[in-house]
Design a protein. Sequence first.
Length: 459
Amino acid sequence: MSFKIDVKPGTFERLKKDKRPLHVVLIGTKPDIIKQAPLILKLKERKENVIVVHTGQHYDWNLSKGLEQEFNIHPDINLNVRGSTLFEQHSQIIERFGSLICKLKQINDKIIPYAYSDTTTAAAGAIASFTNRIAVAHVEAGLRTMSPPKELTLDFLLKGIDTRSYFNKLMKSKNWTKGSYEPYPEQFDTKIAAPCTGIHLAPVELNRQNLLNEGYEKERIFVVGNPVADAIEITKKRIKESNIYERYPQLDNGNFIRFCVHRRENVCSRQRFKSAIMAMEKLVKSGKNVLFISLGATERALSEFGLHKRISDLAKTHKNLIYSPVWPFYVDVIAAMKKCTVIATDSGSIQEEANVLGIPCATLRFNTERPETVFNGANIIVPPIREDIIFKMLSDIHEDKKLNRSMARVGNLYGKNVSENIINRTNELIEKGPLFELLEHERLGFSKLYFWDKGDIKW
């Protein structure tokens, strides 16, 4: 390897002594650090042969290092990716992780890389594994964006805003469609990881059906839940460690609307972004408590569209607005969420977190790759068309106690003891044979018959 990667001293020496299947947990972004953390902790608790590889996709304190410290995760290897574009990130991860896989194959012929969901790290890591004839275990597999019919998301709302009627119509899944490129690049990432996968670890039945419809083998698809449920369970036990109420005393009184908008589709569109931010401003001015979490992309859009001073001034003059950058510790995130009555977001993972915590979610997009939350009544699509539409719908969810309670009481859709389930399913499949079966005579079992002449050329 000609590039510089960081390797914890003694890592390769340890791996050479252990010939058991090698679990390689790949992390790179804030969401997959949170969701892979319970898996890493469980693998280590069970004393499996495991290493943690960080691509470096997210590397600053707020998005990575704080979480590594919080969950006591110390990557064995860091690939130090520093690409500023998607192309650079993909190419660097493929090159560096691919080279690492080559080296690991010389030590152990049973390698199971765990790629998480729909990140660039997952897609590039899966490609790097596949091209080395190693299949990944895809955690949070089968996420596919589904969109409500246009006449519902546009015409119905533009003619008049009846939140309860709209909510009830959304829950009928029959007319929803697939095919959207949003969220970008996440939909590409999760789809590109799927063909490189040897075991699809789906959160819910809908994800399994997506994969079956795309032609993947049912014997390799398992509904295991979502590890975010484990991460939240771990974090709730440490909630008293959070000092977030000391930093923001008004949070302790609760009744907040948590607001965040950072998706490329939203921050790159003047109409979509301004509609969301102006609706938030209107919520604050109407007296509602708002927790506004601003990410790097949010800050750039605020500046580009001339809104930064306006929102900064709003926070100075209205004590019911908390305007904060993203927090480094998950315990603070969960502690603050527990004080919210509505979560308005364009994030994917937060839709899951809201459901597990029992908080109504309003997704500021035209569609979602977590449609199960909508079909079950825990989430509502609030398309960023106009500020009056967003304001009215968020106000209604906040103030309509019957609607709010029904969304909050849906129950956890994402299971429990998920990491344990993932490991058990993966180990069961490993015992049956390789996760990667390139040749049809292997896949169909002919190579196990008595007349088969053994012998292969390595290529």
